[in-house]
Write a protein that binds this ligand. Structure first.
Ligand SMILES: *Cc1c(COP(=O)(O)O)cnc(C)c1O
Length: 410
């Protein structure tokens, strides 16, 4: 193993995967040597310090079919999509994330989330470019105000890697949308928030806000923190999973100034919990930032109770609390990713009760048309009569609860 590439291994032993605190496992030793092999093969002029630099990772991200085909033997379906002009979401993947996909074929879960296939060109039943009607709920271009007390602030159109099922692919990676993320547009958004005292929670997303330079994030956070009615600020990001090098001590020191600050991290699959992403999450958690995960339920990727349980267990070991499991939005070109809602319900049934409640996220459908996130649960509540509420537990056994009569709610 090339030692320098895994400089982080010198730090405190880390818990990754299941089990107690332990030093670098053989899994991670293997991972490190695989990464160093990948780097030497495809980036022969780079050195280990380059690999650990997030700017190098962004600058050397793979964005075209030529480079990609040197690394992977691409299928017909992938090549068609990569070359097609009707696939609107650009292709982009960091060298780090590509090293996770390396050596795996087209059936590999995470490859499907990053390398487009021609199914993206199909428009399925009920799909649209803006299923959540965010554009209709934007009082100013980069603010979505759907709920009474909180807003979504779209800070940038850029991501370091583009998920193929992105619900916001009308915006992300789209150079025509740059104007709405200029400093001027930010001002309008900040003004809007400042003049609406009912807003107590701002969720900064995009694009991926952590792809912005420290100074820009610092500026936005300082402006929002200066608004007296803003209680909490949240960042929505996939950076710890696709560009963990971005989580630097300097970034974390800056973020800490803006507490209470929380982070929702987009994790998809247990293979994303690597040594690097674990170190990134540890730094964030040590800075007192509560970490939650958001996962999209995806066919052939993670639509399996075992895979999701494994992901959730691993996330808890790196101090990330599963927050939401999303039914995949009916965004254009998503039909090959979408499972039935029944699949989701069955998966939740197989997780809830069988493991720590902390490992169970809320399964939601973000209602097409702008209804917001609606939680859906397997039928644990089976109805009631005058005396009892009827319940079914995780093992399918029936119970009843003697429900006190409360005339005020009848
Ligand atoms: C998801 C979302 C939020 C945050 O919702 P929580 O349930 O509070 O996490 C806020 N605004 C919009 C538009 C959203 O889509």
């Amino acid at each position: 193993m090339k030692k320098e590439l895994c400089a982080i291994e010198d730090e405190v032993p880390l818990v990754v995967g299941l089990g107690a605190t332990r030093p670098l496992s053989s899994f991670h030793t293997k991972q490190c040597s695989a990464v160093s092999l990948f780097q030497r093969k495809f980036f022969p002029d780079s050195n280990p310090a380059d690999w650990s630099s997030w700017k190098w990772q962004v600058q050397n991200s793979i964005t075209n079919v030529e480079t990609l085909s040197e690394m992977f033997s691409l299928t017909e379906k992938e090549i068609t999509a990569l070359k097609s002009s009707s696939v609107s979401l650009p292709f982009r993947i960091t060298p780090y994330y590509a090293s996770i996909l390396y050596g795996k074929d087209e059936n590999y879960a995470l490859r499907k989330t990053m390398i487009p296939v021609s199914d993206e060109m199909i428009e399925g039943f009920g799909e649209s470019g803006d299923p959540l009607c965010e554009e209709h709920m934007s009082p100013v271009p980069n603010v979505v105000h759907r709920y009474p007390d909180r807003v979504l602030f779209l800070a940038t159109e850029f991501c370091s890697a583009y998920c193929r099922y992105c619900t916001r692919h009308r915006v992300v990676g789209n150079k025509n949308e740059l104007h709405r993320f200029s400093s001027k547009s930010w001002e309008k958004g900040i003004d809007y928030i400042a003049s609406h005292p009912e807003i107590r929670d701002v969720l900064i997303s995009g694009g991926d806000p952590l792809t912005m330079p420290d100074a820009r994030i610092d500026y936005l956070l300082s402006r929002l923190r200066a608004i007296p009615h803003i209680e909490i600020i949240r960042l929505g990001t996939k950076v710890p999973a696709v560009l963990p090098q971005r989580i630097t001590p300097k970034l974390v020191r800056m973020l800490k100034k803006y507490h209470p600050l929380m982070m929702s991290i987009h994790f998809t699959h247990p293979d994303e919990v690597t040594l690097e992403s674990s170190v990134a999450c540890r730094m964030l958690a040590d800075a007192g930032i509560p970490l939650g995960s958001q996962t999209v339920l995806l066919k052939g990727v993670n639509d399996d109770a075992k895979v999701l349980t494994d992901l959730y267990h691993r996330l808890l070991t790196i101090r990330v609390r599963p927050y939401y499991l999303y039914q995949c939005d009916p965004v254009q070109g998503s039909s090959h990713f979408r499972t039935s809602v029944n699949t989701g319900l069955r998966i939740i049934e197989q997780i809830r009760g069988f493991t720590s409640g902390y490992a169970v996220p809320t399964y939601v459908i973000d209602a097409p048309g702008g209804g917001g996130k609606i939680p859906i649960l397997p039928e644990y509540y089976q109805g009631r009569d005058d005396k009892y509420v009827y319940l079914k537990n995780f093992e399918g056994n029936r119970y009843r609860y003697p429900d006190p009569i409360d005339p005020s709610v009848r």
